[in-house]
Design a protein. Structure first.
Length: 321
């Protein structure tokens, strides 16, 4: 049985890591969930949430209903995700703007280690598993090189963006933020989150109302997408675990192109603050990089990223015995 300290505190910290990752176009919150060993519990928990919660609450009380949906796990995790998006996301985006090679190098090491340790969970690499691994790799790689579209403003498109992005956010290797960028909604969503933060700081009800309305539309789409897709993932893990893990490994392998530290900017865009940022990039070798490639530091951070997962994996194995 989990305790408030340190178990639920650790869950909140994992949620914060997921939230920070989901803000970055290229890193998946699902990957962080996989890395930290809570992915399957997260999918199973989401799958448990339905209208039977209210029936159980009525017949057996709130405590039993809360336990039925693993509510404490979800509350701790969602609290961390929300806190991170409102706070740490600003730090992450600042580091990406000032030290992109070093940040992406660390992420690259994380993802490489994740592929290795997730792959170790596959008991048998049957033909079906190999095929799905290949499909996941190609699909994920294609997503990383796809060209984003312009930002749409309609409420329905915002709802649709939430529906599609949340599916990507819970899939290791596919970044929900990058899907938003592809759909042209990234600047709108990040701008709305910044608007909400400013509204809270200034306590401006007009700004708050606009931000909350947009986020509610996005959130409704996300909740619907999350609920529908979690059922599919839950069934896949129960019935075809090796094939599902193979597919997820492929997603992560294909995503390495996006988190590769050395890029050549092909096109730029304006972010939510009107600042010019990279829009379309191409992966290049370090010695082709225009400027300081920080090769030694980058390699060190890749190793640190890999060792972070290695230590987490060994620690989790030790405590599970």
């Amino acid at each position: 049985m989990r305790k408030i300290f340190p178990d639920y505190l650790l869950l909140t910290l994992k949620g914060m890591a997921m939230g920070a990752a989901d803000v970055v176009p290229g890193v998946s919150g699902g990957t962080i969930a996989f890395i930290s060993g809570i992915y399957q519990e997260l999918i199973d928990t989401i799958n448990k949430i339905d209208f039977s919660f209210f029936k159980t609450w009525k017949n057996n009380g709130f405590k039993i209903a809360w336990q039925q949906i693993n509510g404490s796990f979800l509350l701790a995790l969602v609290s961390g995700i929300g806190l991170s998006i409102l706070t740490l996301s600003k730090v992450i985006t600042h580091l990406l703007a000032t030290q992109p090679i070093l940040v992406w190098s660390f992420f690259f090491g994380l993802v490489v280690a994740s592929i290795y340790f997730v792959g170790k969970q596959i008991n048998q690499w049957a033909f079906k598993t190999l095929v799905l691994f290949g499909i996941g790799t190609v699909l994920s790689y294609y997503i990383t090189i796809a060209e984003p579209v312009g930002s749409p403003d309609s409420n329905f498109y915002l709802f649709l963006s939430g529906f599609v992005a949340i599916i990507a956010m819970i899939l290791p290797g596919i970044s929900g933020a990058f899907i938003l960028l592809l759909m042209g909604s990234y600047a709108v969503v990040i701008g709305t989150i910044n608007q909400l933060r400013e509204g809270l700081i200034q306590w401006d009800t007009s700004i708050l109302l606009q931000a909350i309305t947009k986020l509610l539309l996005f959130g409704l789409g996300a909740v619907l997408g999350l609920k529908l897709f979690s059922r599919v993932l839950h069934w896949m893990f129960d019935s075809h675990k090796n094939a599902t893990l193979g597919l997820l490994c492929g997603f992560m392998l294909g995503s390495l192109n996006k988190v590769w530290p050395w890029k050549k900017v092909i096109a730029t865009r304006l972010d939510s603050h009107g600042k010019e940022v990279p829009f379309l990039e191409k992966s290049i070798l370090p010695h082709h990089f225009d400027g300081d490639n920080s090769l030694i530091l980058a390699v060190i951070l890749m190793v640190l990223g890999f060792l972070t997962i290695f230590i987490l994996e060994k620690t989790a194995t030790k405590f599970s015995k």
